[in-house]
Design a protein around this ligand. Structure first.
Ligand SMILES: Cc1ncc(COP(=O)(O)O)c(C=O)c1O
Length: 382
């Protein structure tokens, strides 16, 4: 046998896994990987227990439990005024990550170009590479992490098959507004190009802002895969459940991939979520205030340190500039902070193809006060 030639030679173990491992090794407070350390709603946990004791143990329907898809459609209509047919336009997947992978495999062919905006979520590029496509990385502007529309206009061409946007944006927390989607629609109009809108933090927006979904823009909705995550909304990232909303022709192609990636996602959790969403359609309404309190609590703690927090308009992440503390590059700084001072973060350069010369790390503040207090106590010593 010849030595195996990697199809993803640039990919190693992700920084999220590495930092969590390092945090465990050095007993650091782990504010690196993006997961909450509080429980999902009690009733939801009771429903999971009931469903696992009940009859939900065999394969769910390939596109997802009909009860869950119907609950999703009801929510989309109530929240965004968006009509999506559960039979043909909503697909439940094993996390948003699977939906992203499926959508990319469905439309990207060899040598197609896919535009992504750096800093960007780490699963996009490997999924593009496996489809034979080429990721074209455009930087978001500094320091506000907005899209440079002129740069996008220049980058678009007849080889562009897909553009990927993410709002609220991980890691910066920046939001796209309705007018941004209108501009995007105008720029994509001449091209045979799809849109993947990663909206997994749709309910984590602050200071009275409303999440703008690409689905509310009719022109974009016709070419869009919009991706959402139950993990983020119900504090259950480990359940790995998400969904994709797309027009029937795009959903049909996505399902062709989904059918042979996972076939179907876990049955009892889908049933429990469907029942919970029906019993508590208002659950998400409390999330902005819930997370804003966490953001503000952590920001107040950071105020007593030499970190300089950037504005976080959404997501459960806080970027902070450590330039007053150290001149180390961010990957080294994050290792040093974990090993020597017991707080794990994510260095922002890992979200870039060509990192800018900044000194930024990402903190996850989806944590109990005690966890944030323990981190802050250590950060104040720096
Ligand atoms: C921007 C973004 N997209 C997608 C995902 C993946 O979501 P899921 O855990 O549902 O696969 C994450 C998770 O951190 C994320 O931050």
């Amino acid at each position: 046998m010849r030595r195996i030639e990697s199809k993803l030679p640039k990919v190693g173990t992700t920084i999220f896994t590495l930092m969590s491992q390092l945090a465990a090794e050095h007993r650091a407070v782990n504010l690196s990987q993006g997961f909450p350390d509080f429980l999902p709603p009690t009733l939801l946990l009771e429903l999971v227990e009931r469903c696992t004791r009940g009859r939900y143990h065999q394969y769910a329907l390939m596109p997802g439990s009909m009860a869950l898809r119907t609950a999703i459609a009801t929510k989309l209509a109530a929240l965004y005024g968006v009509t999506a047919d559960p039979a043909t336009e909503i697909t439940v997947t094993s996390g948003a990550t699977e939906a992203i992978f499926d959508a990319i495999q469905a439309v990207v062919r060899r040598d197609d170009e896919v535009i992504v905006f750096d800093p960007c979520y780490d699963s996009y590029e490997p999924s593009i590479t496996l489809a034979g496509g080429r990721a074209i990385h455009l930087p978001l502007t500094q320091p506000d992490f907005t899209v440079d529309w002129n740069r996008l206009k220049t980058a678009l061409n007849e080889h562009t098959r897909l553009v990927i946007v993410n709002t609220p944006h991980n890691p910066s927390g920046a939001l796209l507004g309705r007018e941004d989607f209108a501009r995007l629609a105008e720029l994509l109009r001449p091209y045979d190009c799809y849109l993947l809108s990663d909206e997994v933090y749709e309910h984590v927006v602050f200071d009275g802002a409303q999440h703008a979904t690409a689905l509310a823009n009719r022109e974009l909705a016709a070419r869009c895969f919009a991706v959402f995550s139950f993990g983020k909304t119900y504090h259950a990232t480990g359940w790995k459940l998400g969904y994709c909303v797309a027009p029937p022709d795009l959903s049909a192609e996505l399902r062709r991939v989904h059918q042979y990636v996972t076939f179907a996602s876990t049955s009892p959790l889908q049933q429990a979520l469907a029942e919970y969403m029906t019993a508590h359609p208002e659950h998400h309404l409390g999330l902005p205030a819930f997370y804003q309190e966490r953001r503000d609590y952590f920001a107040a703690q950071l105020a007593d340190t030499r970190f300089r927090p950037l504005r976080s308009a959404g997501t459960y992440f806080q970027l902070a500039d450590y330039g007053a503390i150290s001149a180390l590059p961010d990957v080294e700084f994050a290792r040093w902070l974990t090993i020597e001072h017991g707080v794990a973060t994510i260095p922002v350069s890992v979200f870039y193809e060509t990192p800018p010369d900044t000194r930024l790390v990402r903190f996850c503040f989806a944590k109990e006060n005690a966890t944030l207090d323990a981190a802050a106590q250590r950060l104040r010593r720096l």
